[in-house]
Design a protein around this ligand. Structure first.
Ligand code: ADP
Ligand code: MG
Length: 280
């Protein structure tokens, strides 16, 4: 049975129907002193979509992720969640709205066991103080949750510092998705990982995607992104310069595009090119 909500004209597969947009970043700018990290960035994430955000170091990817998760506040522009503007003053605010992040620099406590890390920072959002939860219950819930998202760890009692990088990342993803999340941000989830560890995380992201989790994945490996994403956006010097469905582009097109962008940079210099991309 189809929904009879507003927006009657949109075909079910129409990629840009507003009803499909879960997160709408509108004209966001952010500077750190003289450095313009983001210049009028607009980006939409559709419900159940995996959006890849790619770009060089310093392009502004983490800044954008940190604005969406409430860590930074934009200088201008706004963020809409399910069509409503939201004001995010903190990461807790964003969590309350159902936006959570796995940071590039992992926010786990290495000296605590896996199960405890899954509850970190959750006290206020879960609704019950952490210390009142029986440890055995925490362990059991942690074990069940990890199993349900197909993360195999030797033991939920193991301290995080004893885990491999891939296992730690899996715990970080598990923690972010443990409560209902509308939008999950993953900032370079595969950074500094070997092939085997990467495939652990790729499988985890794919599993979440297959359950309809809306996600933004920041990475700079196109091969990974083509494997994971429904859509790709390129951020260059604080500006979105490319935004296409994976089905409408190819690894070859992306590679050609980036090579030509590098040639432009070499030819005209960064500043000039950025001004050109921004202005009329
Ligand atoms: N807290 C900060 N203070 C000052 N400059 C920052 C800060 N965070 C990021 N920047 C600068 O903003 C730009 C974008 O950084 P970032 O968003 O981390 O890029 P990316 O994640 O794409 O590598 C860079 O020039 C970076 O040095
Ligand atoms: Mg970054």
């Amino acid at each position: 049975m189809s929904s009879t909500e507003a927006g009657a004209t949109a075909a079910p597969s129409a990629p840009l129907s507003t009803a499909d947009v879960i997160l709408d970043v509108q004209h966001v700018s952010k500077a750190f002193g003289a450095i313009v990290a983001l210049a009028d960035v607009s980006l939409q994430l559709r419900r159940g979509e995996v959006l890849g955000l790619v770009g060089d170091n310093g392009a502004g990817k983490s800044t954008l992720a940190k604005i969406i998760c409430g860590f930074h506040q934009p200088d201008s522009g706004k963020i809409l969640l399910e069509g409503k503007e939201i004001q995010l003053h903190s990461v807790q605010d964003a969590r309350r709205h159902g936006i959570d992040t796995v940071y590039q620099d992992l926010a786990l406590v290495p000296q605590l066991p896996v199960y405890a890390n899954l509850y970190l920072g959750r006290e206020s959002t879960v609704g019950g103080p952490l210390h009142l939860l029986a440890r055995s219950k925490m362990r059991r819930v942690a074990r069940e949750y990890l199993r349900s998202i197909k993360v195999n760890l030797p033991n939920v009692d193991a301290d995080v510092e004893t885990l491999s990088g891939g296992q730690r990342q899996a715990v970080a993803v598990a923690r972010a998705t443990r409560s209902q999340v509308k939008v999950l941000l993953l900032d370079e989830p595969l950074a500094a990982m070997g092939a085997r560890e990467s495939s652990l995380i790729i499988d985890l992201i794919k599993d979440l995607a297959s359950r309809g989790q809306s996600m933004i994945v920041v990475d700079h490996n196109y091969t990974h992104l083509f494997e994971l994403c429904d859509r790709l956006a390129v951020l260059q010097d604080g500006v979105i310069t490319f935004d296409k469905l994976i089905s409408e582009t190819s690894l070859q097109e992306m590679t050609d595009y980036m090579v030509s962008e590098y040639r432009n940079q070499l030819g005209t210099g960064r500043t000039e090119r950025v001004n050109g991309a921004n202005g009329p």
